[in-house]
Design a protein around this ligand. Structure first.
Ligand code: CTP
Length: 406
């Protein structure tokens, strides 16, 4: 419970505004108080009456309303909360936040606030992908605005793509996480450390439309990146193609192939901690043609060449080697023995070994049963959610770095 915390929720005009009702209920279940500002466009999708009933508070709408301003002026409104959340955040409100336009109560409060701001964007995929929105997003993130989602999926406009607002439960989770982090910030033990985490599968092109890949969901790698960031590490997540939203508070570099992943890791170095959780494809097609391979009666043959090994590359860096390099070993038999062999072959410091046999449900599943292997120790962990494995690993990393200062 985050009891006693207060959120100012700004609801701008998008079809996803209806989800704000569920978000309020979820936050109130966590004993987080919510006060709403509803924009004019937002009021086309959700009524002040329902918001007022759920928040048990007045809903603020007008900048120049005598009753609104006499009850609580826009400056006071923006500073009374512990956190300002814009959900849904339309492309329009993001553009206004970026440029500092203050032409209604919502944007005036956003400009006037001295509190942390979180946004949950929601818009059509083309609007999301537009250069203008992406530039606004980058600048808002640079200024410290936390961004939740958006996610990929069906849109109200019958299109499919990135731009759906995150589900209320995920937004509520991020808000609760923010409060628990803020409360425990003095315990953060990776402040001042830089971490790089690889995650997800890689796609290796066969031709412009086909690729070789594997079943990795990226869940474990993403959870580790999030947990490291929560402990205060400046975290870069180099992610192959996954369906997961970018974790909050993490810089995400999206890549496709193993070669791209290595290049992104090299660009992000130097770092104190590198965790290679990606299921990198071991091979790529030697010379993928630039045109689609056509069926012509005979079977095409694919010549494969080995991909660069990112974990081995980083572990064996002659200059600026990270203080801690951690690999994963995804095995289907003799898990610990194979993992120990990988530890010495690749030269990393720890290997997190897991059994990925189909019957364990690890690939794509929610849980993981791992063994943390060092040169002379093996630690068997119980079956945990991938989030819990991420947190336990981040704490183990922080403890190691505290005990072994460089
Ligand atoms: N890894 C990597 N780059 C590669 C292959 C693997 O960084 N080209 C990393 C993975 O991220 C993981 C570790 O190496 O941390 C082990 O990956 P795994 O696939 O289990 O082992 P491989 O080295 O590919 O060996 P094998 O497939 O023979 O088990």
């Amino acid at each position: 419970m985050e009891s006693g915390k207060r959120v100012l929720l700004i609801i701008s005009g998008g079809i996803a505004a209806y989800k704000s009702l569920e978000l309020i209920r979820d936050l109130r279940r966590r004993e987080i108080a919510v006060r709403c500002i509803l924009t004019k466009a937002g009021s086309q999708f959700v009524t002040p009456l329902s918001l007022g009933a759920l928040t048990e508070d007045k809903v603020y709408q007008d900048l120049f309303s005598l009753t609104d301003e006499s009850e609580m002026g826009h400056i006071e409104l923006s500073r009374d909360a512990d956190l300002v959340v814009v959900a849904p955040a339309t492309a329009n409100i993001m553009a206004k936040m970026r440029t500092g336009i203050a032409d209604d109560l919502a944007t005036t409060a956003l400009l006037a606030t001295d509190k942390p701001v979180m946004i949950a964007p929601a818009m059509n995929v083309r609007m999301w992908e537009s250069a203008a929105t992406q530039e606004n997003l980058a600048i808002l993130q640079e200024r410290g605005v936390q961004v939740i989602g958006p996610e990929e999926g069906d849109m109200a406009c019958n299109e499919y793509g990135m731009g759906r607002m995150s589900e209320p439960a995920s937004i509520a989770e991020a808000i609760a996480g923010f409060f628990s982090d803020a409360g425990h910030s003095q315990q953060k033990s990776l402040i001042g450390k830089k971490a790089i985490v690889t995650s997800g599968p890689t796609h290796e092109a066969i031709d412009p439309v086909r690729y070789l890949a594997n079943h990795s969901s990226g869940r474990q790698g993403h959870a580790i990146a999030k947990a490291l960031a929560e402990l205060g590490a400046d975290t870069v997540l180099v992610s192959g193609p996954t369906r997961l939203p970018d974790p909050v508070g993490v810089t995400v570099k999206h890549v496709l192939s193993a070669e791209d992943m290595l290049a992104a890791c090299e660009a992000a170095l130097p770092a104190d901690i590198v965790v290679c959780a990606a299921a990198v494809a071991d091979w790529r097609v030697a010379n993928p043609p630039s045109e689609k391979i056509k069926k012509n009666g005979s079977m095409p043959s694919l010549e494969l060449v080995e991909n660069p090994d990112i974990l081995a590359n980083v572990s064996q860096l002659a200059k600026n080697r990270p203080a801690l390099v951690i690999g994963f070993a995804a095995e289907t038999e003799d898990v610990v023995a194979y993992a120990q062999a990988k530890l010495s072959k690749k030269g990393c410091d720890w290997i997190v070994a897991n059994d990925v046999s189909p019957e364990t449900g690890t690939f794509g599943g929610k849980n993981n049963t791992v063994h943390v292997i060092e040169a002379d120790t093996i630690e068997d962990w119980p079956t945990l959610s991938k989030e819990d494995v991420g947190q336990k690993l981040a704490i183990r990393i922080a403890t190691y770095l505290e005990n072994n200062p460089t």
